[in-house]
Ligand binder design. Sequence first.
Ligand code: HEC
Length: 195
Amino acid sequence: MNKVGIRLFLAAFAACLFSFSAIAEEGEELTGVTAKVVTTDDGRLTQEGSVLEDGKWILPDDSPTFSITKKPTYKVDWYTYNGYRRYHDACHVCHGPDAEGSTYAPRLADSLKTMSYDDFIAVVSGGREVKRPGGGISVMPAFGDNKNVMCYVDDLYVYLKARAVEALPRGKLSGRMREKKPEEARVYDKECYGE
Ligand code: HEC
C-alpha cells in the first residue's frame, strides 16, 4: 500500500472505532450510579436490572447491589446486613453512625450517590490524604491489608448504596431483619481468610 492508501485505511479504521463507541454508548449498561431504585413484582426494593448470582444481587456492570423485602416482614439481604455491621465496626468512628458523616469525614450516604463501585474499592483499599485549608491533614486510612474490611468491601458498598439511594432508612438492623446467610457466603469467607 502507498502512503495515501495507508492514510485512507487508517481513516476508515478510525471511523469504524468511532461508530463502535457510539453504539456502545447507546446501549449503555446499568451501573450502580445509573440504575434506579425499583420495586420488583415480588415486592423487593432493589436497583433496576439486578439479578441473583451465587446468592448475591448483581447489576449488569457486575457491581453488587441490595435487595430489601418490606412485607410480610422487613428483611434486608445478607450482604446489606453484613455491610451494616462491618461499617459500624470499622468506619463509623470517622464517618458517623448510619453513614451520616461527621466534622472529620464525609457523609458516605452522599458520596455513594455518585461514586462508582471501582472508585469506592480504590479509596477503601488505597486510602487518601488531603491537606486542609488550615494546614491540617485529613486522612482516610488504607484498608488494603485488612481482611476484616477487604473481604467485605462488597458488603460495605451495598449497605452504603442502599443508604445513598434512600432504600434503607437510618437505624439499627437486628439479626431478625436479615435474610439467611447464603451458603456461597460461607464458602467465600473461608476462601477469603485463607482457611
Ligand atoms: C480515621 C478516620 C476514618 C476511618 C476509620 C474511615 N475513613 Fe473513610 N475517609 C476519612 C476521611 C477524613 C475522608 C476524606 C478524605 C478526603 O478529604 O478526601 C474519607 C473518605 C472516604 C471515602 C471517599 C468519600 C468521597 O466522597 O470521596 C470513602 C468511600 C470512604 N472514606 C470509605 C470508608 C470506609 C468504607 C471505611 C471503613 C472501612 C472508612 N472510610 C473508614 C476518614 C476515615
